[in-house]
Design a protein around this ligand. Sequence first.
Ligand code: ZN
Length: 128
Amino acid sequence: MTRLEFEFCESFPEKPTPGVLYISTTFATSMHICCCGCGHQAVTPLRPNRWSITFDGEAVSLAPSVGSAGLACRSHYFIRRNEVVWCRDLSLDEVTRGQVRDGWQQAETSKDAPPPRRPWSRLRSLFR
Ligand SMILES: [Zn+2]
């Protein structure tokens, strides 16, 4: 699935149609069937610290991305102007390497010899 229709509604239908992003302003929640076709309902509450919907008059965008933690199928994608933009799943390994790259870029002198861990790196990783 690469595109979603959208529908503003009061409450969600009992049998949601795949490919439709339902947006309930009454309940401040949006919902759609996972775009990978697994049939899972992806419910995305619209809150300042959760998801937000942008409607530009023609198309809707949902931010941030949908998936990974919330979906059993591990799908991960963005909805940008009705288009489904698929993301690669971030593996734990990549997350770790990302932290290393971000944290050690300046100290790193050789790719073969990673710099020693600083004590605060463990603390910092708790907040990622
Ligand atoms: Zn899925």
